[in-house]
Design a protein around this ligand. Structure first.
Ligand code: DNO
Length: 395
């Protein structure tokens, strides 16, 4: 037995081909039908054609990341009941095509957020970072969101002001694009005006309301997923704290426990993203992995170096604040436990999450976070770590 080593592939337009991926050692593919607009059914025909492409390269389509949740479902507005039905149909179709794990998130408006996608690391590699003062500069002085001044301390506001003053026009445009244009995997991309208006749509929705909407969604879709043989894996908020006045409901262990308790089913699981949860100084990933183990349906492994001022930078696998050894050990033990328990769905797919841009990747057209060598290094480290853990557990 081994954790299933997977790799995120953005589809036929990805610079990194399926043949390349085989050489990384990954056996499973994590992908989505990004060309199908959010809210439409993924037909069996479309799913099978992607599946055949992957299998022709000698790989398996292990995980869908993501079937996006329509904003109307999160807000419970418009045709949201219809969108939930569409979602269910997509899950049935995926199940019938033999794709058993689906990652999704419930973050309003933005998927993941960073303030700089090319932060130069000491060794010359480029990393993704989030700096609170930079984000605040966008919020306070570019977006000029009403009420934003109540969301930051006076030190941060001062630092943001200074930072904003240092930006020229190009710098302002660049920061704006970094925040609102949507990072890879995000289904939406906005202009500044559109962005303000989608934020306004959430004015009346606080954490409590969004939680209720998520609960309703889970109660609707989990029984369907279970019947279809599909395991859902909710992805945490990235970063795991409120941004731009938007509600957040998948940021802590408490949130995750609440979610898995909403519907008691193995189909109602978690994506343990060590980097997303790990960006929060209040989250201890070793504790979280142990507490959530039976419901971890998928894992994203990467590390972050963080502080208590809501700043973090992505780091090499063994060099940040998350104890990756403890997390992988927990996953290995959990797989063994599932075997003993006689569970059908014993496999936990894992993937190297983002990697630094390095070596020959620099200067190429990379999906931020999803260049080749940094992830390949991450995967190699995960493979070695797992092997060592398994051997030592047997002694
Ligand atoms: C970023 C990713 C996210 C993730 C979605 C899952 O690199 O981890 O975009 O795919 O949030 O729905």
């Amino acid at each position: 037995m081994a954790l299933e080593q997977t790799w995120r592939w953005y589809g036929p337009n990805d610079r990194i081909t399926l043949q390349d991926i085989r050489q990384t050692g990954a056996t499973g593919i994590v992908t989505a039908l990004h060309h199908i607009p959010n809210g439409e059914v993924w037909t069996k025909e479309e799913i099978l054609s992607r599946k055949e492409l992957i299998e022709a390269a000698g790989l398996t389509w292990s995980v869908v990341e993501s079937v996006p949740v329509h904003e109307d479902i999160k807000k419970q507005t418009g045709n949201y009941e219809q969108y939930i039905e569409t979602y269910k149909q997509t899950l049935r179709n995926l199940g019938e095509c033999g794709i058993a794990t689906v990652c999704y998130n419930f973050m309003p408006v933005l998927d993941w957020s960073r303030t700089n996608l090319n932060h130069k690391y000491e060794d010359g590699a480029l990393a993704l970072i989030f700096e609170q003062k930079v984000f605040a500069a966008f919020d306070l002085f570019i977006l000029k969101r009403s009420g934003a001044e109540n969301d930051y301390t006076s030190e941060i506001k001062e630092a943001a002001k200074e930072y904003y003053a240092s930006l020229n026009e190009e710098g302002i445009r660049h920061l704006t694009n970094t925040v609102i244009k949507g990072l890879p995997g995000a289904e939406e991309s906005y202009t500044l005006e559109q962005f303000q208006s989608v934020l306004d749509d959430y004015k009346e929705i606080d954490d409590k309301k969004l939680k209720a909407h998520l609960k309703h969604f889970l109660q609707e879709i989990i029984p369907v997923a279970e019947q279809a043989g599909v395991r859902m894996a909710i992805h945490p908020d990235d970063p795991p704290w409120g941004l731009l006045g938007l509600p957040r409901v998948v940021s802590t262990l408490k949130d995750a426990v609440e979610i898995i308790n909403t519907v008691d089913s193995y189909s109602n699981g978690i994506t343990l993203c060590t980097g997303s949860f790990g960006a929060g100084f209040f989250n201890d990933l070793s504790v979280m992995a142990r507490a959530l183990a039976p419901r971890i349906n998928f894992a994203h492994l990467r590390n972050v170096r963080r502080d208590e001022g809501y700043n973090f930078r992505e780091d090499y696998l063994f060099e940040g604040d998350v104890d990756i050894y403890e997390v992988v050990k927990t996953l290995v033990i959990e797989e063994e436990r599932r075997i003993k328990e006689g569970r059908q769905d014993i496999i936990i797919p894992v993937r190297p999450d983002h990697g630094n841009q390095m070596l020959d990747d620099i200067g190429k057209d990379n999906n931020p976070g999803y260049s080749l060598y940094g992830r390949m290094k991450g995967l190699a480290e995960i493979r070695g770590l797992e092997l060592g853990i398994r051997r030592s557990l047997k002694q």
